[in-house]
Every structure is written in structure tokens, then in C-alpha cells.
Design a protein around this ligand. Structure first.
Ligand code: GLV
Ligand code: MG
Length: 296
């Protein structure tokens, strides 16, 4: 299944926007975010859930359609709202849906089925709408790998620390030690399924130093993007979730030295600046250079 997955372009910054606030929608395309996510879920008060669908559909039809990927965050299957959310938003221009509080592979298969029916009805290419599960319950974390592999539409997954903490009855700390295990599990499950891991939103949108530290930590856990709840977080995510100039320079030195003094000489390990460089280190450097060149 892995090779058939529907790829989405870069998802370093996924900016969620409450779909009922017109001025936020207007500003979103200028934010620089790789992905804009129209939110029908937790930023919409319960009384406005139904009324939020029309502006979502209107925004999909009206938004400029280049320079970013366009997603909608749906209400969870258990709310009974997801079906009508889908009926409203599956239309040309929609790249994918984020499914809140995904608990199981069966949830993904159900959304996949709904999408297949709606794509056909609306004359959209089969499989054109991607699914990104939001893993934010104890059950979701437990079933994460199966969720990621449940449909070829699943092209990324988001870890949601806020709902996860609520679900297991714990408080959130600034360092996030209490969610580290779950956060790591989600990133590893995504890599095992060859999809993009996107890190939890951070409610702080003013302390840029804190946000940068948090995103650097997320990247070190394997994450490739961040759910952003405010435009100030976008530039930090775009900067952190890409190789820095120093990393690129260091990778170039490793690749050149290993190819020249290692591979060309029939050796699988070489000393370089006081440390040993062997095959996995070479490949890590090669992949970082490929990643960097894909971003230009
Ligand atoms: C995101 O939805 C979260 O609950 O953290
Ligand atoms: Mg949540």
C-alpha cells in the first residue's frame, strides 16, 4: 500500500483558520503557510457548526489555488457531524481532509468510502482527496500505525497534544515531557507507513524562542511539519522544518569525503574530522541534501 499513497506537497506549516472568521480566511493565503486548513472543528462553537459549512464551501471555491495545499478539518466521526461536513466541502479545489479524533483504521476506511462516493458524484478524480488523521486520543495513539496504513489516501498524520492530554486526564507542561512518548510514537508510526508526521499545535503564539525550541525538538523526533494556530508560527515552522545552511554544508563534506575516500577506495568507513563516518551516516547526509534540493 505504501507505494500507492497519495503524495501531498510540502507540509512544514499547516495553518488552521476558523472558517467563520472572514478576515482570517482572506489573510491566510498571504501567510506563507505550505498548507491552509479551514477549521470546522474545535475553533467553531457548537451552535455554529452547521452554519460554518457554507463559508467553508465558499472559501474552497473562492480561494486562490496556487502556492499552498488546501485542507478542511472535519468534526470527529463520533460527533455525527462529519458526514454533513464532507457533503459540504468535497468539491474541486479541496486537496484533503483532517479527521479529528481518529481512533482506528476502521475510522479511516469509513472516511475513505465516503470520499470515494462524493468524488464520483462530483466528478472529481478518484482518490484525489487526501486524508490526514489527527491522532489525539489514547486509542488513536495505540492504533496509530494501523490508522496510517488504513488507506492509500492517508498521506500524513497530525499529533494533537491538547486533546490527548484531555483524553488521558493530565495537565500540559511547557516542556511537554508528559506527551513525549505519544508524540514519538506518532512520528515513528508515520515513518513506518511512509507518510508525513505533523507535530501538535502549540497554544503559545507570542514567545518565538519557545516556539523555535519546541519545533527543533519536534524535528529531532522525526516530525516534518507543525500545525500552526496563528500566522506568527508559520515562518518559524518553515525555517525549522528544512535543513539549515550549516546542515547542508556539513552533509556536503560528508558525502564528498565518503565517496572519495570510502566508496572509491573500497572502504565502508572513513575517519573525518575526528569521528568515523560509515554507511548510515553517509546515507543520512545524502538524504538531507536531497531534501534540501527538493525545497528550492
Ligand atoms: C489538536 O487538535 C489538539 O488537540 O492538540
Ligand atoms: Mg484537538
Amino acid at each position: 500500500m505504501t507505494s500507492e499513497k497519495r503524495p501531498l506537497p510540502l507540509m512544514r506549516s499547516v495553518l488552521t483558520v476558523p472558517v467563520i472568521v472572514g478576515r482570517f480566511i482572506e489573510k491566510a493565503p498571504g501567510s506563507g503557510a505550505d498548507v491552509i486548513c479551514l477549521d470546522l472543528e474545535d475553533s467553531i462553537p457548537p451552535a455554529q457548526k452547521a452554519a460554518a459549512r457554507a463559508p467553508a464551501a465558499g472559501a474552497i471555491a473562492a480561494m486562490p489555488r496556487s502556492g499552498f495545499t488546501l485542507l478542511v478539518r472535519l468534526n470527529a466521526l463520533t460527533t455525527g457531524l462529519l458526514e454533513d461536513d464532507l457533503i459540504a466541502v468535497v468539491r474541486p479545489g479541496l486537496d484533503g481532509v483532517i479527521v479529528s479524533k481518529t481512533n482506528s483504521a476502521a475510522d479511516m476506511r469509513r472516511v475513505d468510502h465516503y470520499l470515494a462516493v462524493l468524488e464520483r458524484e462530483r466528478e472529481m478524480a478518484p482518490g484525489s482527496v487526501a486524508i490526514i488523521p489527527l491522532i489525539e486520543t489514547a486509542l488513536g495513539v495505540r492504533n496509530c500505525y494501523e490508522i496510517c496504513e488504513a488507506s492509500p489516501r492517508v498521506s500524513g498524520a497530525v499529533f494533537g497534544a491538547e486533546d490527548f492530554a484531555t483524553d488521558i486526564g493530565i495537565q500540559r507542561s511547557r516542556g511537554g515531557e508528559e506527551v513525549r512518548w505519544a508524540r514519538t510514537q506518532v512520528a515513528i508510526a508515520c515513518h513506518a507507513a511512509a507518510i508525513v508526521p505533523i507535530d501538535t499545535p502549540d497554544p503559545d503564539y507570542t514567545d518565538e524562542a519557545h516556539l523555535e525550541r519546541e519545533m527543533v525538538l519536534a524535528r529531532s523526533l522525526g516530525y516534518q511539519g507543525k500545525l500552526c494556530i496563528h500566522p506568527t508560527q508559520v515562518a518559524i515552522a518553515n525555517r525549522v522544518f528544512r535543513p539549515s545552511d550549516n546542515e547542508v554544508a556539513e552533509a556536503r563534506v560528508i558525502v564528498e569525503a565518503f565517496e572519495r575516500d570510502g566508496l572509491a577506495q573500497g572502504r565502508a568507513a572513513i575517519p573525518l574530522e575526528g569521528r568515523m563516518v560509515d554507511t548510515p551516516i553517509y546515507w543520512r547526509a545524502k538524504r538531507l541534501l536531497e531534501w534540501a534540493s527538493g525545497l528550492k
